[in-house]
Design a protein around this ligand. Sequence first.
Ligand SMILES: Cc1cc2nc3c(=O)[nH]c(=O)nc-3n(C[C@H](O)[C@H](O)[C@H](O)COP(=O)(O)OP(=O)(O)OC[C@H]3O[C@@H](n4cnc5c(N)ncnc54)[C@H](O)[C@@H]3O)c2cc1C
Length: 381
Amino acid sequence: MDFELTAAQRTLREEAREFARTEIEPRAGELDESESSPEEILAELGERRYAGLTLPEEYGGRGEGLVELALVVEELSAALMSVASALGLHLGVAAVVERFGTDEQRERFLPEMATYDTVGALGLSEADAGTDKLAMETRAERDGDEWVLNGHKQWVTNFFDADVVLTYAKTGPEGDAPHNVSAFLVPAEEFEVETVWETLGAKSVKSPRVTLSDVRVGDDRMVGEEGEAYVRRGEVHTSVNVPARGVGIARAALEDTVAYTSEREQHGGTISDFQGVRWEVAKMAERVDAARLLTLRAADRAERAETGADVRRETSMAKIRATQAAVDNANDAVQLHGGVGYTTERRVERYLRDARLLTIAGGPNETHKNALADAVFENEG
Ligand SMILES: Cc1cc2nc3c(=O)[nH]c(=O)nc-3n(C[C@H](O)[C@H](O)[C@H](O)COP(=O)(O)OP(=O)(O)OC[C@H]3O[C@@H](n4cnc5c(N)ncnc54)[C@H](O)[C@@H]3O)c2cc1C
């Protein structure tokens, strides 16, 4: 067992950290406050081919694995979670095209996705299909060599920058569930925007509700085998970006707290002199390390897993622990910053608002507890 990153992984992490510190951090507060898209930052990530981080080099990607994805996402999320989420969702769509798409689809979409010239968004959830995705109402009916889509998608992160929305729709009868859902790369301009929510956090990348009304796409827009898209989603593990985002926020909250408590003077010394404060900071550090170790382990297992291998234990454990670490560390950071922590003058209030999304999105932690418990009972009984 070796807990050290390779030299190449350390270099990649340093490069991402430098980018986050120079290009994202100085603009993060303003982007959040004005609720503006970090489009320039994302374009720059495209130039540097982070938008193709996990895509093979033959398609213009960097050919990195899931551990590298987790390392980069941690760095971006420590600076601004929304940037990491935009990139994570985009890479998830690219991974589905790479894994299940035809050669023609790979050649058509992936090189431009690797540079962020084609931006992907995920259209899976709906108003009544949140944790229960198979309750989705969106349908695609075959008409000759075309498909006609009707329905809506909710919480489509990246939508306003997106060129294509990987849209999941029922193509078979209810009796065939879960083998009745197919995926289509639908041009973003075919959707109508219905609702853009005001959210607690993640303010600079919006996740609207959008509708599809008699939208026609060719057969060449279906990704993967008809009816198998929902079942086979589980073979793509780029969702490790969600716990990695949690690690980033948890770490940023810790770093800000160490800096602030070391300089803030009260009662004739710095507040970091108080044992009560030191123990809180120690707990925050413990959470960061546990979250990161579990996330990197999940990424590593998922990367090595053969198709269909069971990695629920590792991936769900990381999701639960790392996203809760983000919430807890951000909350403690606000407390240890006192009054200023409650203001927008400091970043910790944003960490708390952004962190709050992570225990819900990517599947609420309760459903990951179910998956984890199932894996434990099935494999360790
Ligand atoms: C800002 C944002 C961005 C998002 N981005 C995307 C995206 O890009 N693409 C996409 O497809 N989706 C996206 N989502 C959707 C997200 O994945 C769903 O919100 C999530 O899966 C939960 O669905 P729901 O909100 O309908 O919750 P519901 O299914 O209504 O559940 C509500 C709550 O009930 C509890 N609960 C549910 N099931 C169980 C259970 N089995 N056991 C115990 N408790 C349970 C949990 O506390 C849960 O939070 C996004 C969501 C948000 C808020």
